[in-house]
Design a protein around this ligand. Structure first.
Ligand code: CDP
Ligand code: MG
Length: 722
């Protein structure tokens, strides 16, 4: 499975782009060398005269006695153990007064739609209530999350609330990482993992309750889960099904689930104001940084939440903010910067939940994850530049790309709502009111309508759903996209010409990978190089970059990288060499430092590799190494990636063989200067140009040999004539 949560994984250019962007921004970053007074003046100037905010709306809060609650909480928090304090926090959540009613509703109905504001306690409390009410006596409670980070973080929180060790009674399961034991009764998991569990246990007999949480996110896996859980609820009357959502989609979910009753959990909402720019800023990241500074200097205490699009952008913002805060001098209070994104190391993630010390203001730089998946307390100010990174897919070309895209109105409202949870708040939208009303879409297009479906179609076929065109989709994908997926699976021999699953297809489905990768692994049996191929597959599946290229040591880093490319073996075999060299040093950290390799990525690759080795055993493929026979390895790669072949034209431009599309080799590839005539690539990515990433040279004859049903001889005739 391609994990939609690794938001930067799909953009191999992120690093390069961020670098370029950073250089541009450096030019606008003027005040670090000036004294505080001047800086402050310029900073005021930027805000007061250049672009201005206007208050555009005021959102009312709920009616309840805020003062009384605050006093109440002070009263109670005296001399309590940490556990008791957590119990009291639980009782203060908006969901708590509805506990009995909710349990009654679950008792009375098989399917329930839960509709409630973010932060009301749905994700952390409902599984505990169900556990306390005895539902875990006959099976686990599963609670799905669209994001890995949310699954881990929420599981950690709930285990703390229950006073148990994470992974025991409360655990989590994400791709390539299972943190559960036999004791586990509450299991937070990504939606993709629950989808995979259907393959091993089609009736999900080990679960008594399924909670599809954050349903409004409408990820690909969540959308497929809808159809599957609706179906098993019909033949498992004992199974309880809860669909939980943070927005006003409840009616749509209810209609889809045969008019299932809705249970509303009122949030606790304070009034908040929305401010808009009168003019769109030329650089939203700069504007976001300036807005953070302005709030820090001029607004009363309260933490700030800034929505950015990904890791690189967050790192740039962090760097710039630090610079500029230094420029403001010592009279300004401390600003604690807390980044949060999917690939952030776990030990740093927890920082965002730490309470802010007095006199210190926290600014959380977050991706979309803070929109609904994670609730961060104490946020009083939200800065919303109005963008997110979004995947799009062109079924005609098969090109998937991850682009910075304007958000929808629904997203903007969710983001704004984050400022009114702990007290009255303010949201600064770095776009105009006109943009909000006239240019933004009402809702985000569900992922199922903008992604490659090959993986999902293979899963459905494995579950015995023969006619995927008639699957009960809440919002069906286009016929084009489905056909394209079927075509690809047929080409990979995962389906026969009647569209039925083959033995190859069944073996492929065992691997939680894209079909091209799993086909490469299955094919390695024939070429006797399964041991090498799973290392390559693991290296390709790592969320982050393998190579480390610090700005001040680029020359050394590039030299180190070149060593692995000796003989122009191509990027796949270079990755294999990296892995094997690391293994030879007994997985040495020092070796990674010396070779400009990211040790964290390597450890992840090793974990993934171990799991792939286990799966090989399950499909009864022997582990054999053939690491000196590059052709055998390349043929295995070609067996999965032959649909991704390209031939050199002129001036370094390649044409993809099937779609006749112009593409280039990514500058980071070991073959970027070599320009072999025929190549296969791992993926195409669209940034300023269309690039092939992870490229290996092939012999065109292999295409006809390996995929005679896909390539005709004329496709692979070696000439420059067209
Ligand atoms: O799911 P929903 O948005 O309704 O709320 P939740 O995620 O259950 O969060 C309820 C409360 O739990 C938050 O307001 C936080 O105070 C706390 N929480 C936390 O401290 N750390 C987490 N990782 C998750 C939740
Ligand atoms: Mg939640």
């Amino acid at each position: 499975y391609r994990d939609p949560n690794a938001e930067d994984k799909m953009n191999p250019f992120a690093e390069q782009e961020a670098l370029e962007e950073r250089q541009i921004r450096k030019a606008t970053l003027k005040f670090d060398s000036r004294n505080r007074k001047q800086a402050f003046d310029e900073y005021q100037f930027v805000f007061d005269d250049q672009i201005d905010f206007v208050k555009t709306s005021v959102i009312d809060g709920d009616k309840f006695d805020y003062e009384e609650m605050v006093e109440d909480s002070h009263e109670k928090s005296r001399a309590k153990t940490a556990r008791e304090a957590l119990q009291e926090e639980r009782e203060k959540l908006p969901i708590y007064p509805y506990r009995e009613q909710l349990l009654q509703a679950v008792h009375d109905h098989q399917v329930l739609i839960i509709d409630g504001e973010t932060g009301s306690g749905k994700t952390t409390q409902i599984p505990q209530y169900l556990h306390e009410a005895g539902y875990t006596k006959h099976g686990m409670v599963a609670c799905t999350q669209p994001r890995r980070l949310a699954a881990i973080s929420v599981a950690a929180r709930v285990s703390k609330e229950m006073g148990v060790k994470l992974g025991h009674e409360v655990g989590y399961s994400i791709r390539f990482e299972d943190c559960t034991t036999d004791k586990t009764v509450i299991k937070y998991m990504t939606d993709g993992m629950l989808l995979r569990e259907f393959l091993g246990e089609p009736d999900l007999a080990s679960y008594s309750v399924l909670i599809v949480d954050e349903a409004h996110e409408r990820t690909l896996s969540t959308d497929i889960l809808f159809g599957l859980v609706k179906d098993i609820a019909r033949f498992r009357p004992d199974l309880k099904l809860l669909i939980s959502s943070a927005t006003l989609d409840a009616d749509k979910f209810s209609d889809y689930f045969d008019s299932a009753p809705k249970f509303k959990i009122p949030g606790r909402r304070y009034p908040y104001e929305i401010f808009n720019f009168t003019e769109a800023p030329s650089d939203y990241l700069d504007a976001a940084i300036e807005a953070s500074l302005k709030i820090h200097v001029t607004e009363p205490p309260g933490d700030i939440l800034v929505f950015l699009t990904g890791q690189e952008e967050i790192e740039t913002a962090e760097e710039n903010l630090k610079h500029r805060i230094r420029g403001l001098g010592t009279k300004i209070g401390e600003l604690k910067i807390c980044p949060i994104y999917a690939n952030l190391p776990t030990e740093l993630q927890a920082k965002i939940f730490d309470p802010t010390p007095e006199r210190v203001r926290k600014v959380v730089l977050a991706t979309n994850i803070a929109e609904t998946s994670l609730t961060i307390d104490g946020i009083k100010y939200v800065i919303d530049p109005g963008y997110c990174k979004m995947k799009s897919y062109n079924p005609r070309t098969g090109m998937e790309s991850l682009k910075v895209t304007p958000i929808s109105k629904a997203s903007a409202m969710q983001r704004a709502g984050r400022c009114g949870r702990t007290g009255p708040g303010k949201c600064f939208q770095l776009y105009t009111a006109y943009t909000f009303h006239k240019e933004m879409d009402d809702n985000t297009v569900p992922e199922i309508q903008r992604t490659n479906l090959a993986n999902v179609v293979l899963t459905l076929k494995c579950l015995g759903i023969d006619n995927v065109m008639h699957f009960d989709f809440m919002d069906p994908p286009s016929d084009d996209a489905l056909l394209k997926a079927l075509e690809l699976l047929y080409a990979l021999s995962a389906l026969n010409k009647f569209g039925e699953l083959t033995k190859v297809g069944r073996r492929m489905a065992e691997f939680p990978l894209d079909p091209t990768l799993s086909k490469m692994i299955v094919a390695s049996e024939k070429f006797k190089c399964s041991d090498d191929i799973i290392s390559i597959a693991a290296m390709l599946s790592v969320g982050k970059s393998i190579f480390y290229r610090p700005k001040d040591k680029q020359v050394y880093a590039d030299n180190a990288m070149r060593n692995f490319h000796t003989g122009n073996v191509g990027d796949h075999i270079a990755l294999l060499r990296v892995y094997n060299s690391w293994k030879e040093t007994n997985y040495s950290t020092q070796w990674c430092y010396e070779n400009y390799i990211q040790v964290r990525s390597m450890r992840q690759a090793r974990d993934i590799r171990d799991q792939l080795a286990g799966l090989l055993e399950r499909v009864e493929i022997e582990l054999t190494s053939n690491s000196s026979d590059f052709d055998a390895i390349k043929k295995s790669i070609t067996s999965g990636f032959f649909p991704h072949s390209a031939r050199l034209q002129k001036y370094g431009i390649y044409k993809t063989v099937k779609q006749s599309q112009n593409v280039r080799i990514h500058p980071g590839s070991g073959l970027a200067q070599v320009l072999p005539r025929w190549v296969v690539y791992h993926e195409l990515v669209l940034t300023t140009k269309e690039y092939m990433r992870q490229v290996t040279e092939i012999n065109p004859g292999w295409l006809a040999e390996i995929a005679p049903h896909y390539y005709q001889l004329k496709d692979v005739e070696d000439s420059y004539s067209n």
